[in-house]
Design a protein around this ligand. Structure first.
Ligand SMILES: Nc1nc2c(c(=O)[nH]1)N[C@H]1C(S)=C(S)[C@@H](COP(=O)(O)O)O[C@H]1N2
Ligand SMILES: [Mo]
Length: 316
């Protein structure tokens, strides 16, 4: 049963601060990531889902891919955002993204597939057990966060549609509604992104439905977004409506907007400078001192082999 709340209440007001804080303390103290959801609003079955941001996602698997670095506080994660459809300031998404209706919602998985299919979001979320994965997100603007994302590998969804051998890349498209989103063409709307097939199938590539054990807030890309932790944040496309298996490298929104600045691969790489700034260091939200940026955002052991023999200065 979905309980709808007025869409103009920001999630920060729906769930009392104490609830978040207590739950986080409980999770940390008990080390019980797998029961994170049980401490929340209670009574929900595994993968039970509601469209309301702030609602518990139920029991979650702990992921061996998680980092044990200190997590960025929930308030920063949900109030300092990039979601240009809702404005270009960091505070705009929180102020405006509540206008987006995230139910009903479908995701079409199409293109070079044996069994292309349109998924209702509430069916999509049941395809695989939900995991909590604490991943770093590193923005090209040189700030970073550590977020407990909830989701499952994108590979679990792609396998459902039987990709054809000719599918070499995956193109992703964000919902676009000019009635509630920016019309000014900062980006050639809709926002699009892309991954090579092996990147899309990599177990680190996450389809995320939530954070901190709860339904993804709209400003973070509800009802479903990508998290690709070894790439700059703009690859982690929000509010997905289309996933298309294609033969050729797809055009991507930021590459079209500024090709000298944003390439297709966009792997976090401290050795390759952005034309207007160094990429060697970053500021973790909540910290004062900058820290050195790690190759592949610290995920080199898992992903460096994908790029063997490639010149990453050329393929930035
Ligand atoms: N559709 C869409 N997806 C997007 C963006 C955007 O503007 N539109 N911004 C990207 C950028 S630049 C970053 S850093 C991350 C930010 O995710 P967060 O706000 O959840 O931290 O989302 C990415 N996904
Ligand atoms: Mo970003």
């Amino acid at each position: 049963m979905l309980i709808k709340r007025p869409s103009d209440i920001p999630p920060s007001e729906i769930t009392p601060r104490e609830l978040f804080d207590n739950r986080r303390r409980f999770i940390r103290d008990a080390g019980l990531l797998t029961v994170a959801g049980l401490t929340g609003l209670g009574g929900l079955n595994a993968n039970a889902f509601a469209a309301t941001s702030g609602q518990s996602l139920g029991p979650l698997l702990a992921s061996p891919f998680s980092t044990d670095e200190e997590q960025t506080d929930l308030k920063s994660v949900t109030s300092y955002n990039n979601f240009y459809e809702f404005g270009t300031d960091k505070t705009d998404p929180l102020a405006n993204a509540h206008k987006m209706q995230v139910r009903p919602w479908t995701v079409s998985v199409e293109g070079l597939a044996g069994k292309p299919r349109t998924f209702d979001i509430d069916d999509l979320i049941k395809l695989a057990p939900l995991e909590e994965r604490i991943y770093r997100l590193r923005c090209v603007e040189a700030w970073s966060m550590v977020v407990p994302w909830v989701g499952f590998p994108l590979a679990a969804l792609l396998k459902e549609v039987d990709p054809l051998g000719s599918a070499k890349y995956v193109e992703f498209v964000t919902h676009y509604d000019p009635e509630i989103m920016l019309r000014r063409p900062v980006i050639d709307w809709p926002y699009t992104e892309g991954l090579r097939m092996d990147e899309a199938m990599h177990p680190l590539t996450l389809l995320s439905f939530g954070l901190y054990g709860e339904v993804l807030p709209n400003q973070n890309g509800a009802p479903v977004r990508l998290v690709v932790p070894w790439k700059y944040g703009f690859k982690s496309i929000k509010s997905l409506v289309t996933i298309r298996l294609v033969e050729n490298e797809p055009a991507t929104a930021w590459n079209k907007a500024a090709p000298q600045e944003y390439g297709f691969y966009s792997n976090v790489n401290p050795e390759v400078s952005h034309p207007r700034w160094s990429q060697a260091t970053e500021r973790r939200i909540g910290e004062l001192r900058r820290r050195p940026t790690l190759m592949f955002n610290g995920y080199a052991d898992q992903v460096a082999s994908l790029y063997q023999g490639m010149d990453l200065k050329k393929h930035y």
